[in-house]
Design a protein around this ligand. Sequence first.
Ligand code: FAD
Ligand code: UDP
Length: 376
Amino acid sequence: MNYLVVGSGLFGAVFAHELAEHGNNVKIIEKRDHIAGNIYTKVVDGIQVHQYGAHIFHTSNKEVWDYVHQFANFNRFTNSPIANYKGKMYNLPFNMNTFSEMWGVKTPQEAMAKINEQRQEMAGKKPQNLEEQAISLIGRDIYEKLIKGYTEKQWGRKATELPAFIIKRLPVRLVYDNNYFNDDYQGIPIGGYTKMIENMLDHPNIEIELNTDFFDKKDEYLKSYEKVVYTGMIDKFFDYKLGELEYRSLKFETEEKDVNNYQGNAVINYTDAETPYTRVIEHKHFEFGKSDYKDKTIVTREYPADWKRGDEPYYPINNYRNNQLYKEYKKLAEKENDKVIFGGRLGQYKYYNMDQVIAAARKSVQIVLRKNNEKN
Ligand code: FAD
Ligand code: UDP
């Protein structure tokens, strides 16, 4: 069959690879001038630069971990970001190092006693929003210094207006362990994410056309391909006819510096409300084990920004209003099911990590391949 895949991000690339491997012809169109979507990395001064923000691959899904190893080897980078709150440094995620820095406690028992005392504020109440969730998880001191400012900058909304689930992503530990993730597997592809996507797409049945927007010829594309896999914004596909879903955008400010080591860590979060950026990343530190540090480094500051039509929609805002609206769009999408498959962070309007995108793409493509088999 002849397929059109709209978008060469991780979802589109996995989907295209699997289709091609099963004998289908795949044309990919991508509106940017490069493949790989938001996981795109490019080499500058010998350093892999994460063009659209820090990307650390982590998963507990062994099938996904094995799957990506067909396309890349991974280094053993472990994400351990540091928070800078008004000049004082704290370890993340919330663990014994953080509790010790915050309260001077030394043992898990002392830390637990302090946390329990702070949580009292929420005793007997079910958290209704991110602020309440954070306080009931970890107490007000940490909420005020390490969560509130960062979260309100990141999402452009009060923490009381945000869904609780966002903060549940972060682990809380009573051990001295700064690993940001609880997952079994973690690392960064050696040679960069772009190379990994190139390897997925390196197939005689796959043709890629860059700088091409689906909406320039939507009707023609829908007519000329048997099936379309669409990884752009779902509301845009339907011409926003039920209203706009909300997104959060970002601006990246990247600078080369003539020093060997600028901040001593890959990621430093600025958790106060006044600093306009949320985090500063120093790209060379993602390349764990690479020791040829010259007097050159590249840093990127990440500024959260409101989204309006035409901006890059980096994050879906999965609050109640948007999730309800998405459900309505999903109903429209289901009606197109025989022709169009919606996938990825924007097509499914989900705050997906990379491993979840891969799992979702594999599941979705398996259904399509099974249906094709049944037809033949
Ligand atoms: P995308 O990467 O957005 O790909 C969609 C592609 O479709 C894009 O290339 C886009 O240009 C193209 N497209 C859209 N519309 C059209 C159109 N009309 N015509 C043609 N092409 C179109 N995940 C992790 O697991 N670990 C992390 O550390 C992590 N960090 C992140 C940091 C940031 C700042 C962000 C924003 C995300 C992060 N993620 C992380 C999530 C990760 O980026 C996503 O899960 C993944 O990239 C989603 O892949 P996708 O294919 O769904 O979307
Ligand atoms: N967060 C925070 N302080 C931090 C880091 C994260 O309050 O120093 C909150 C913030 O609300 C953020 C959420 O935790 O949106 C999830 O953080 P994560 O690092 O997973 O965000 P992502 O990498 O997806 O932007």
